[in-house]
Write a protein that binds this ligand. Structure first.
Ligand code: ATP
Ligand code: MG
Ligand code: MG
Ligand code: MG
Length: 562
C-alpha cells in the first residue's frame, strides 16, 4: 500500500482519550469515533482486525467448529422466551419496526442459535456440534469511554456448542479452552485464564481469559503459590453464599425467576422502610442468595425506583440464606438480629458506595458490570466480601494478591438453561426427548486489538507483534524527490510485494522527521529506509521493538526479513 494516497490520518496529540490503546489508535489513524462507543476502523485498524480474525478462525476451525453468520436483529419474542428481554437490562438496544414490533440489536446469540438448532437438529446422531460466528454486537454500555476496550458496537467471535451428554460438553470446553490459549498466545498477549467465579468450588464451569494490564476494569485474585486465579465480581463481593452450582451460569446470564414479591413484602420482612430497600436488596436468584448493589445515574434511577415501587421485585430469602449472605457468624441467631444485620450491611453499603445507586429494579439485571475495584474500591466493601489481598488461597492456602485484568475471552458451560427455557430438544439413543446441553464461548475481537496495544507500546507509539501487524515492512523513502532514492525505493517496493511481503510504502513528500515519527507511531515491525546510500545499493533496516538497526545491501534484504 502506498502511503501517499492512503487514509492514515496521524495526529500528534489527542485530548479525549484516557486509555493508551485508545490514544494510540486515534493518533496512529487506526480508528475514528462516530458516537460514544461506536468506531470506524480505518484501513490500518481494519487490517489488524482481520489478522486477529484470521487467527481466531484457524483455531476454531482446527477444533471442528463451523462458521456461520446469525442475524444481528432479533425478534423480541425469542428473548421473551428466556426472560432476558427484561432481565438483560438497559444494555439491550431495542428497536421497533414499521409495524411496531420489537427487536433487539443482538448483544449475544444464545437465543438465536438455540432457536436455529431446535428447528434443525433432532437427533443425538448429529451431536456434538459447535458453531461460531464473527459479528458486530450491540450493547448499550454505561461507560463506553475506553475506545475499543468497551464499545457499544463491537466485534465478537461467539461460539456455541450442543451436546447429548455432559462428558461431551466437558470435552468441547477443554478444546475451546485450549484454542483460546493458542489464540491469545499467537496474537502476542500476556494473559491468564481465570475462574470467572471466584467463589465457585472447583470453578470449572466458566473461565475468563484476562490480559494482565493496569488498564483493566476487572480485579483478579491470584495466588502466589499455585495457579489459582479468579475474577472478583460483585456476586462474590456481596457474598453469594453457596456457589457450588453457580458454575453453570453467572448471575447476570441467568434467566428471570418467575416468582416475585412486592416491595412492601420485602420491606416488611427485612423491617426496613421502602426508601432504604430501594438502595439494597437481597435476592434469591435461582436458589442462590444475592445481596444486590447497583450503581446508576439519576435519570435511570428514577425509572428504576418507579419500577421497584410498582412491584417489580424479587423472591424472598429464607432465614438460612439470609444468614449466609449476611455473613452472620454461627451462634448469632434469631430473626430480629439477623434482619438487623442485613439492614446494617445495607446501610453501610449505601454510605460507603455513596456515588453508586444501590438498588434494584428487576431480577438478575443488577449484577451486570458492577465490579469491585472498578466501581468502588475493594477496601470500601471489606465487610461485604470474602477474598481480600493477603487472604489464604482457597485452593492451596498460599497468599492471594490482586491484579488488574482486561477480559478478552469467556467460556461457559451453560448446561440446559437455554434449551429448557426454549424447549430445544433432541432424541437420545433410547428415543427419549432430551434438552440440548450447551456451552458458549466468546472472544472480544476488537477488544483484543486494543489489549494488544495496551501491552505493546512505548512512548513513541505502537509496537505490533508480527502476527497481527497491519504490515510487516514499512518502506520509507527519505527523499522522494531524489531520483536515485525514489528509484531504489520503487524497485524495492515492487520486489517485496512480489515476494509476498506485506509492505506499506511511505512515498509521501514529507520531511524525514515526520516520516520517522509516523513510522514509530504506526508500529510496523520492520522499517526499511532508503536514504543517502541508495546509490551504493545500501539501505537501513530497523526493528521497531528493539530499536536495533543495521545497514544492508538491497539484494540481501529479503533474506533478513522476519
Ligand atoms: P465485560 O465484563 O467487560 O462487560 P462481558 O462479561 O459482559 O464483558 P461477555 O458477555 O462474556 O462480556 O462477552 C464475550 C467477550 O466479548 C468478552 O470476554 C469481551 O472480550 C467482549 N466484550 C464484551 N463487552 C464488550 C464491549 N462492550 N466492547 C468490546 N468487547 C466486549
Ligand atoms: Mg459486559
Ligand atoms: Mg465480564
Ligand atoms: Mg464475560
Amino acid at each position: 500500500m502506498r502511503q501517499k494516497n492512503a487514509l492514515i490520518p496521524t495526529l500528534r496529540t489527542v485530548s479525549e482519550a484516557e486509555m493508551i490503546s485508545h490514544q494510540l489508535m486515534l493518533r496512529a489513524g487506526f480508528i475514528r469515533q462516530l458516537a460514544a462507543g461506536i468506531y470506524t476502523y480505518l484501513p490500518l485498524g481494519y487490517r489488524v482486525l482481520n489478522k486477529v480474525e484470521k487467527i481466531v478462525r484457524e483455531e476454531m476451525d482446527r477444533i471442528g467448529a463451523q462458521e456461520l453468520l446469525l442475524p444481528a436483529l432479533h425478534p423480541a419474542e425469542l428473548w421473551q422466551e428466556t426472560g432476558r428481554w427484561d432481565a438483560y437490562g438497559p444494555e439491550l438496544f431495542k428497536v421497533k419496526d414499521r409495524h411496531d414490533r420489537d427487536f433487539a440489536a443482538g448483544p449475544t446469540h444464545e437465543e438465536v442459535i438455540t432457536d436455529l438448532l431446535r428447528g434443525e437438529i433432532n437427533t443425538y446422531k448429529k451431536l456434538p456440534m459447535s458453531l461460531y460466528q464473527i459479528q458486530t454486537k450491540f450493547r448499550d454500555e454505561k461507560r463506553p469511554r475506553s475506545g475499543l476496550l468497551r464499545g457499544r458496537e463491537f466485534l465478537m467471535k461467539d461460539a456455541y456448542s450442543f451436546h447429548a451428554d455432559r462428558d461431551s460438553l466437558d470435552q468441547t470446553y477443554e478444546d475451546m479452552y485450549q484454542a483460546y490459549k493458542n489464540i491469545f498466545t499467537r496474537v502476542g498477549l500476556d494473559f491468564r485464564a481465570v475462574e470467572a467465579d471466584a467463589g465457585a468450588i472447583g470453578g470449572k464451569g466458566t473461565h475468563e481469559f484476562m490480559v494482565l494490564s493496569d488498564a483493566g476494569e476487572d480485579t483478579i485474585a491470584m495466588c502466589g503459590a499455585c495457579d489459582y486465579a479468579a475474577n472478583i465480581e460483585m456476586a462474590e463481593v456481596v457474598g453469594v453464599a453457596d456457589a457450588a452450582d453457580k458454575t453453570e451460569a453467572p448471575a447476570h446470564e441467568k434467566v428471570a425467576t418467575p416468582e416475585k414479591r412486592t416491595i412492601e413484602e420485602v420491606a416488611a420482612y427485612l423491617q426496613v422502610d421502602k426508601e432504604q430497600l430501594v438502595k439494597s436488596l437481597l435476592f434469591i436468584v435461582d436458589g442462590e442468595p444475592v445481596l444486590v448493589l447497583v450503581r446508576g445515574d439519576h435519570e435511570v434511577n428514577d425509572v428504576k425506583v418507579k419500577n421497584l415501587l410498582e412491584g417489580t421485585v424479587c423472591e424472598l430469602a429464607d432465614e438460612e440464606t439470609v444468614r449466609r449472605v449476611a455473613g452472620v457468624p454461627s451462634g448469632f441467631v434469631g430473626p430480629v438480629g439477623l434482619k438487623e444485620k442485613v439492614k446494617i450491611l445495607a446501610d453501610q453499603a449505601v454510605m460507603q458506595l455513596n456515588d453508586m445507586i444501590v438498588g434494584a429494579n428487576e431480577v438478575d439485571a443488577h449484577l451486570m458490570h458492577v465490579q469491585a475495584g472498578r466501581d468502588f474500591s475493594v477496601d470500601q466493601v471489606g465487610d461485604l466480601r470474602n477474598i481480600q489481598e493477603g487472604d489464604a488461597c482457597p485452593r492451596c492456602g498460599g497468599a492471594i494478591h490482586f491484579k488488574r485484568g482486561i477480559e478478552v475471552g469467556h467460556v461457559f458451560k451453560l448446561g440446559t438453561r437455554y434449551s429448557e427455557a426454549m424447549s430445544a430438544r433432541f432424541l437420545d439413543a433410547n428415543g427419549k426427548e432430551q434438552p440440548f446441553i450447551m456451552g458458549c464461548y466468546g472472544i472480544g475481537i476488537s477488544r483484543t486489538v486494543a489489549s494488544i496495544i495496551e501491552q505493546h507500546h512505548d512512548e513513541n507509539g505502537i509496537i505490533w507483534p508480527v502476527a497481527v501487524a497491519p504490515f510487516t515492512v514499512h518502506l520509507i523513502a527519505v527523499n522522494m524527490k531524489n531520483e536515485e532514492q525514489s528509484r531504489v525505493a520503487e524497485d524495492l517496493y515492487a520486489e517485496l510485494k512480489k515476494a509476498g511481503v506485506e509492505v506499506l510504502f511511505d512515498d509521501r513528500l514529507e520531511r524525514a522527521g515526520v516520516k520517522f515519527k509516523d513510522a514509530d507511531l504506526l508500529g510496523i515491525p520492520v522499517r526499511v529506509t532508503v536514504g543517502a546510500k541508495a546509490g551504493e545499493g545500501l539501505v537501513e533496516i530497523k526493528l521497531r521493538r528493539s530499536g536495533e538497526s543495521q545497514e544492508l545491501a538491497v539484494d540481501n534484504l529479503l533474506n533478513e526479513l522476519p
